[in-house]
Design a protein around this ligand. Sequence first.
Ligand code: GUN
Length: 291
Amino acid sequence: MIILDGKKTSQEIRNEIAEEVKTISAKGGKKPHLAAVLVGNNGASITYVNAKIRDCEEVGYTSSLIKLSETISEKELLQEVAKLNADEDVDGFIVQLPLPKHIDEQKVIMAINPEKDVDGFHPENLGKMALNLPSYLPATPMGIMDLLDRYNVETGGKHCVVVGRSHIVGLPASILMGRNSYPGNATVTLTHSRTTNLKELLQDADMIIAALGKPNFITADMVKEGVVIIDVGTTRVVDKSKKSGHRLVGDVDFKEVSKKAGFITPVPGGVGPMTRVSLLKNTLMAVRKKL
Ligand code: GUN
């Protein structure tokens, strides 16, 4: 069994990015600039956005954090998006999700200039991704692809079962795994809450991408020997022994499933850090397009 070490791999990619930023600066180019919009006081969102800003500093990017009130109207938020679209210094930006219930997320995503949509959530980028055209890829699926690539995991002709069809992870991951490229060329089954024979499908899978958000949902009896496990789950469970008062638990029972797996991502330290570095990669791509 080989651990797909996202912490180590993402650090390697970060180092490569930091080198490229230095090269751009040495040639007199401007530092990449990522802006993040945070609406309200969602604890997880605050943690994620702060981490994204820290990541920027670490590789030498400029970053801006735009904090907005929970009660901001949809119209005002759309005005903020328009400002960022027009700001020539900002290479790319994200609006952290979820947004408060009174705001239509899709409308906000659609308002982002696709050329600055470093989350890869705009339909133009998702459409290009489906057609195998250059585009910003959503961060988590891109992180998964990079991890498979860096460990030379064979995917062609394999049966890949994706669990969960979210627009951010499951759906785009299923498209990428089915594309005619590497990693990809897999035979993909996209499963979701209405799937009736999930256990059967999982038992046939050569690779499982678990993104359903149910801690320890996938157990050893559901997988076959040699399976490649990509665990996207990060559910916070209360753990008084931790300083933070909680720990992250994946969708896969790591202790037992790892005994059967060929490759497996840990939680934490697997997909999470890869996701963070993907945003940096997309922001660099936004800058490259202008060089
Ligand atoms: N919420 C959870 N993941 C993400 C992400 O990758 N981007 C944004 N904008 N919001 C998120």
